[in-house]
Ligand binder design. Sequence first.
Ligand code: UDP
Ligand code: GLC
Length: 454
Amino acid sequence: MQAVMKVLFLDQSGELGGAELCLLDILRPGQDQNQDQNQDQNPGSRSPETERFRGKVALFSPGPFKTRLAQAQIDHQLLSEHPRYLRDRPFCFSRRLGELASLSQSLGDLIQLARDSDLIYANTPKALVLGAIAHLMTHRPLVYHLHDILSPQHFGWLNRSLLVGLANQCVTRVIANSQATQQAFVAAGGESAKTSVIYNGFLPERFHINPAQTQALRLELGYGGGDRFLIGCCSRFAPWKGQHLLLEALASLKNPNLHLFFAGEALFGEENYVLQLRQQVQQLGLTAQVQFLGFRQDIPELLSICDLLVHSPVAPEPFGRVIVEAMLAAKPIIAPAEGSGPELLRHDQTGWLIAPRDVQSLALAIQQLQADPSLRQRLGQAAAAAAQQRFHLQETNRAIYALLKQILQPETEMTPQASPGVAPHASTSSGTSSGTSSATSSATSSANRPANGS
Ligand code: UDP
Ligand code: GLC
């Protein structure tokens, strides 16, 4: 029997952002073939590839992500108790010294963990910096899961140069969460040949909600009676996520039957933006139409009560898990025609794409979809069918673990399904592969190659 390969996953954040939720999904299933309990929690995502790996997560911040790792019984270790030292104000020299001492201890622990592993997997930009140090000290191969669009709208020149430089110099393989992310990486100077596109994966069953439960939640949140049209927006609060644009569009429509809820919170220090949004709701006279629900653990149930999901970022979205979640919930979706939008949704088939950053386009789209229940139903059903084929967690994990295995055992012949070049959720930079199997060829012919955007 082959040895179990040990992978050290690094994630600097303690919060539950999309990158951390993606990592939870990668790790939860069969990370250790002896942990039957884990497998039972998430049987749909198990595959032969995942069972030959054992993952451990090294964290640099406490917080909800650590709690979720513990709940899922995923092996993890917290390497720092100083989650926000880079943001502390005012600057305090003695505190900084203490933190630096603690950081060097953390780095020592990190390097030891890396020595005990076969491969290092960086899941965030700061994790890439730490992973590069560990790689240089231990010569373990480094993989970078790139969840961000490295464009000037998201990162300053210095950070872009640093991340791209580290990726080019130290990383064996960059996993981009979409083609949009891959293209931005290459445009920023990243080596195209190192990249593979692998989409986030999901368990479609999680989005099949019992109608009685949906009805109960609608009542609980006060959307019971009348002909209310309910719009959901389920994103963390950050100016680039563009919740303000949605409020402007809603106000411009002057329709009291339109209701909107926001699920999410400010995860990375954007609390002032939430205050601004609350003020905006008051100033625009929308208090009776808009609810702030905070961070929710029941997104599939919440999606089930919506008539429409609006995602209105004002900078290109790298992937946008919430878009695929709404597809799986069979909801019509409005999203901008940039970033991952055109890759995940096809206009007037599986979603409704609008001009980015354009309040009028957004308002018009909401109005059109509200007025046309059969259009909403057609889009929602097609979206669910496409998402079930293109974004299954099992395929995503198969592609990721096959890619790791190929780095660790380059001499091993890859099975056709396991090849990152042909797995339905993955494409290499060339997007080609010679091998196919009945399983993959049927999947690739129907949907889910990153290039086809269906
Ligand atoms: N989410 C959640 N609770 C909330 C709001 C969002 O669990 O109240 C989840 C959402 O379902 C999605 C993730 O947070 O899986 C957000 O990921 P996405 O890729 O959409 O955006 P990110 O915030 O990572 O940029
Ligand atoms: C990041 C991106 C988001 C993506 C998520 C998972 O948080 O901002 O677009 O969906 O990672 O890959």
